[in-house]
Each structure stands twice: as C-alpha cells, then as structure tokens.
Design a protein around this ligand. Structure first.
Ligand code: DAH
Length: 344
C-alpha cells in the first residue's frame, strides 16, 4: 500500500503542474486521469490488494484523490471556456459596417461668413475684429455721425444704462475706425461680426444679426477698384451668371455712396415676393470713405483715399439657401441646422 500512496502523491504533483500545448487541454487531462483507462481507475484497482483493516482509510484517500483530479478538470474547462469567450469578445470583425457617429454641422451663418472671408482673403484682405460693446466715438461720431445727426435714428441703438456713452454696436463699421486709428497704412481688412439693433423681431428683422465690413485705404484708390472688388465677390459667391447693379445711395461715412443689388436668385429676375416684384435684391452698402473719417483718424485725406462696404450675412445666407424667415437662424432647431452639412 505504501507504494500506491507514494504514487498518488506523485500524481497529485503532476496534476497540479499539468499543462499541455493541446487546444483541448481539459479533454486531454480527462482522458489521462479520469477516463476508463485513466490513472484514477488503475489506482482504484489497487483496492483489492489492500488488507481489509486498511480498506476504509485507503478508500478515503482514493476519494480525496479523485475529487482532487475532478477539481483540476473543472478548472481546466473553465479556463478554456473563458479563453474562447475572451477571443470572441475582443476580436474585431473588419468586415462589419462601422457605427455611424452622429456629426454636428456648421451653422449656415458660419458657413457663409467663412466663404465671404475666403473670397476676400484671396484679394489680400485680412480679417480684423472689434468689440461688440462700443463707445459713441467709434460707433457714431468718428464715422461722421455727430450727436444730432438724423442718420443716427436709422439705427435703433441699445444703450448701456450705466453709461449712455456705451452701446451695443449697431454695425461693424466701428472696426473701420479702430483700424484707421492704429495709423498703419495701407489698410485692407474685412471685419465679420455680430451687431445689435432695437427692432421688433419678425421674418425680416431681428434684434441681433451679423455683418461683414470691408475697408481698403491706400494711395489712389478709386471707385473702379471698389466696383471690381465687389464684382469679384458677387460672382464668387453667387456664380458667374448673376447680374449686378449699383444705385446711388447715402451713408454718412462714404461719399459718394452706393448700394449694390443682385438679380433675384429665387425668380431669376422675373419678379417674386422676395424681390418685391422688382427682379433685384439689395445686398450691400458701399462707397468711397468720407474724407472726414480719414481726418478723424489722423490720416492725411489729400494723400490717401479708400473704399468701404458693409453687408448683412443673414441676407446673403437667405438668398444663397432660399431661407425665408430670419428667425430660423437663432432658434437652434436641429432639424433646420442639420441641413447645412458641408462647406460652400
Ligand atoms: N454700416 C452700414 C449699415 O449698417 C453698412 C455700410 C454701408 C457699411 C456703407 C459701409 C459702407 O462701410 O460704406 O447699414
């Protein structure tokens, strides 16, 4: 019996260290130890050689040995299953279609603003910015709108109650003044930004909207330069077929002043309610910078001249995308916003 006991100890050691390169390691183990011709069976066969008084003790040892082997078998099986499962979990099936990631989209105002910027950048204009809370000098007075000037009424201004000299800028023309005051010439800038006016909100008006201002000051700048620049802009923005016309107009900051119309893109110039049956829509104001502005900003108006223009981004966006209600831009309705997916 001593021999068998020694054998069992040896087997236990083997079992503890049991390992195999076989994929089916648990099955290999089962056949070797627990199978009909396995180790356990053969050790049990020793029972008949054990003297009667020792049978009970030997039986217990055998049972314990069997349990030991069965536990190992169980552990091997579990580790195989886990390994198989973990292979499944972590494997990547490269043939599966990918999950669609919901992508945001740019606001149409941003798309059009970026397009305007890129067109003027190609003509050498740099982007300049200025404050939205502005003082009277930069928003009005320096722009040739002294205190009692009637044209101030054209722009319903939000004043800051603590200091009536401060206001929300009514146009991006304030940046013109700030750039000219820097005194670095020539100047060739566009200024995109948000502006505010105390207007009743409707499909055609809002209390805040966006403008792009343009300013070019150098020696010998002429009205022809202004026209060429704006022609280029309109053709790039709306296509080569669009028709353009200039109408004389009035702005305190420019002399002479003009407004520019383009042929209505909705009815192709035939007349519809967007163009009020005229076939034309106004898109910007412009003119030659008034000499008073140059002098206000300490620029020699005998030496330098320039042109300026200002346009509303909302108006251009509405024409470009045929949007009929200005309020859509600020309602943040995703169903509206998600339609504008790519750059223009
Ligand atoms: N500031 C004007 C407005 O808000 C737009 C404008 C017109 C700007 C003519 C200009 C300009 O620079 O020359 O209505």
């Amino acid at each position: 019996m001593e021999d068998v006991l020694q054998q069992i100890t040896q087997y236990k050691k083997e079992i503890t260290e049991f390992t195999s390169a076989d994929k089916n390691i648990a099955e290999t183990f089962r056949i070797k130890y627990l199978g009909t011709k396995g180790v356990i069976k053969s050790v049990m066969g020793e029972m008949k050689n054990v003297p009667n008084e020792k049978k009970r003790e030997f039986g217990q040892i055998l049972n314990e040995f069997k349990l030991f082997a069965e536990n190992k078998y169980q552990a091997l099986r579990e580790s195989t299953v886990n390994r198989l499962q973990s292979t499944v979990d972590h494997s990547i099936d490269l043939t599966l279609p990918g999950d669609a990631l919901p992508l945001g989209s740019r606001h149409p105002i941003s798309l059009v603003r970026n397009k305007i910027i890129s067109i003027f950048q190609r003509l050498g204009f740099a982007v300049a910015e200025g404050p939205e809370i502005e003082d009277d000098w930069h928003n009005f007075t320096a722009l040739n709108l002294p205190e009692d000037h009637p044209a101030r009424d054209m722009q319903d201004t939000f004043y800051i109650s603590q200091n009536p000299d401060w206001m929300l800028r009514t146009h991006t023309s304030n940046v013109q003044v700030r750039e000219m005051e820097k005194g670095k010439l020539p100047i060739r800038i566009i200024c995109p930004g948000r502006v505010y006016r105390n207007e009743t909100i409707s499909a055609r008006a809002h209390c805040f909207f966006h403008q792009v201002e343009g300013l070019y000051i150098a020696e010998n700048v002429s009205f022809a330069d202004l026209k060429q620049t704006l022609y280029f802009f309109v053709k790039e923005m709306f296509g080569q077929d669009v028709k353009i016309r200039f109408r004389p107009s009035y702005f305190p900051f420019t002399e002479p002043s003009a407004e520019m119309d383009i042929s209505c893109l909705i009815c192709n110039g035939e007349g519809c309610n967007i163009c009020k049956q005229t076939g034309w829509v106004e898109i910007l104001g412009c003119g030659m910078v008034h000499p008073n502005l140059l002098e206000n900003c300490k620029i020699d108006s005998n030496k330098y001249s320039g042109f300026a223009f200002g346009m509303g981004i909302e108006r251009i966006t509405m024409l470009k995308y045929q949007i009929k209600d200005l309020r859509l831009f600020s309602e943040n309705d995703v169903r509206f916003l998600k339609q504008f997916t790519s750059a223009i």
